[in-house]
Design a protein around this ligand. Structure first.
Ligand code: SAM
Length: 320
C-alpha cells in the first residue's frame, strides 16, 4: 500500500470507493484516478489527435492571450488555478503577462503532488524572473483557496474538469466557489461543448482512455489493498443523449469477486457488469448562461476555438 498518502486522504479515497462500489449501478468519481501516474496518462490523452478539448483550449489561449492579459492586469495581480495539471494553457497566459511587463503571483492548486511539482519546476525553468511569484499548493480546491488571502484575483478552472462533475455537483461547486470570491473577481472556466456524437465517441475510446480508466484499479489496489486484475476489465465510452454526458464504463469480462482489504469487504461482479468511472457533460451555451446566473456570476465574455467545439467562459462574481 502507498504509505505516502496521509490518513485523511486515504479515508476520503476509501469512502468514495465504498460508496461507489455499493451502488446498484456502480459509479466511481473520476478524481480517484488522479495520482502522479494518472496525471501523466491524462497528459498523454490531451495530446491525442482525436481528443479535442486540449487543442481547442490551447488555440483559445493563443488567440486571446493579449485580451486576457489586459483584463487580468486591469483587475488583479493574483492568478489562482484550480486543478492546474501541467498548466500548459496557463503558461501561454503567463508568458504574455510577463512580456506585457506585468508582475504576478500565480498559485496552482492540485491534489496531485506530481502535477504540482512538475508544474513548478517547469515554471522555474521557463520563466526565471522575479516578476513571477509561483507557489504550488498540493491540496483540495477549497482547502487551497482557504489559505489564499481575500485580495482581487482571477481564478482559472481549465480543461474539462467542470465537465467531469455531475450537474448538481457542478452547481454546488460553483456556488461554494462564489462564496470564496469577492464581487467582480474573475473566473475563467473551460467548457467542452456539445458536438457531433460520432466525434465524441472517437475521442473517448482511444486505448489511452482505457489505460487511464484502468489505472483506477491500480490505485484501489495500491491505496486500499484490493485484488483487481486489469486484464479482466475493458473500457468503453458512450455518449448518453438523456444525460448529455459521455459516460465511461469498465466492464468486467467475467464473473469475479474483488476483495478490498482496507474496507474488509468483497464485491461480486457478474460477467459484463459495469462500473462507471468517468463522465463528461457536454454543455450548450444556454446551459452555461443558466449555470452562471444560478451560481452568482455574470458572463463577461466567451472565447471560442475556430470550430466552436470548446469555450473558455469568463465570468465575474456578481454582487449580492
Ligand atoms: C481533467 S484534469 C485538468 C488539468 C488541467 N486543468 C488541464 O486543463 O489540462 C483535472 C485536474 O484536477 C485535479 N483535481 C481533481 N480533483 C481535485 C480536487 N478536489 N482538488 C484539487 N485538484 C483536483 C487533478 O489532479 C487534475 O490535475
Amino acid at each position: 500500500m502507498n504509505n505516502s498518502i496521509s490518513a485523511p486522504e486515504t479515508k476520503l479515497f476509501a469512502d468514495a470507493v465504498l460508496k461507489g462500489l455499493s451502488l446498484k449501478n456502480r459509479k466511481l468519481p473520476s478524481w480517484l484516478i488522479f495520482d502522479s501516474r494518472g496525471s501523466e496518462i491524462f497528459k498523454q490523452i490531451t495530446e491525442l489527435e482525436n481528443y479535442h478539448p486540449s487543442r481547442c483550449e490551447l488555440e483559445i489561449f493563443n488567440t486571446h492571450k493579449a485580451t486576457l492579459s489586459k483584463i487580468f492586469s486591469n483587475s488583479s495581480n493574483h492568478l489562482v488555478e484550480l486543478g492546474s495539471g501541467d498548466g500548459d494553457k496557463t503558461m501561454i497566459l503567463i508568458e504574455q503577462l510577463l512580456s506585457d511587463g506585468i508582475e504576478l503571483q500565480y498559485t496552482p492548486i492540485d491534489i496531485s503532488k506530481g502535477a504540482i511539482n512538475n508544474l513548478i519546476n517547469a515554471l522555474n525553468k521557463k520563466f526565471p524572473t522575479s516578476k513571477l511569484n509561483a507557489t504550488g499548493l498540493v491540496a483540495d480546491y477549497f482547502e487551497g483557496l482557504a489559505t489564499i488571502e481575500k485580495a482581487k484575483k482571477m481564478v482559472l478552472f481549465l480543461g474539462v474538469t467542470l465537465n467531469n462533475m455531475d450537474i448538481p455537483d457542478a452547481k454546488a461547486f460553483l456556488k461554494k466557489l462564489r462564496g470564496t470570491l469577492q464581487t467582480d473577481d474573475y473566473l475563467l472556466m473551460g467548457f467542452d461543448l456539445m458536438k457531433n456524437p460520432k466525434l465524441l465517441h472517437q475521442s473517448y475510446n482511444d486505448e489511452l482512455f482505457e489505460k487511464f480508466n484502468l489505472h483506477l484499479l491500480d490505485r484501489i489496489n495500491d491505496m486500499l489493498g484490493a485484488n483487481f486484475d486489469k486484464n479482466l476489465f475493458v473500457q468503453q465510452g458512450h455518449y448518453n443523449p438523456h444525460t448529455h454526458a459521455v459516460e465511461s464504463f469498465l466492464y468486467s469480462t467475467c464473473k469475479q469477486t474483488i476483495h478490498i482489504e482496507s474496507l474488509d469487504k468483497s464485491f461480486d461482479f457478474a460477467e459484463w457488469e459495469t462500473m462507471q468511472t468517468e463522465q463528461s457533460y457536454k454543455y450548450s451555451i444556454e446551459d452555461i448562461k443558466a449555470l452562471a446566473l444560478e451560481s452568482g456570476f455574470k458572463i463577461s465574455e466567451n472565447f471560442y476555438d475556430c470550430k466552436n467545439y470548446f469555450v473558455d467562459s469568463l465570468w465575474q462574481a456578481a454582487g449580492n
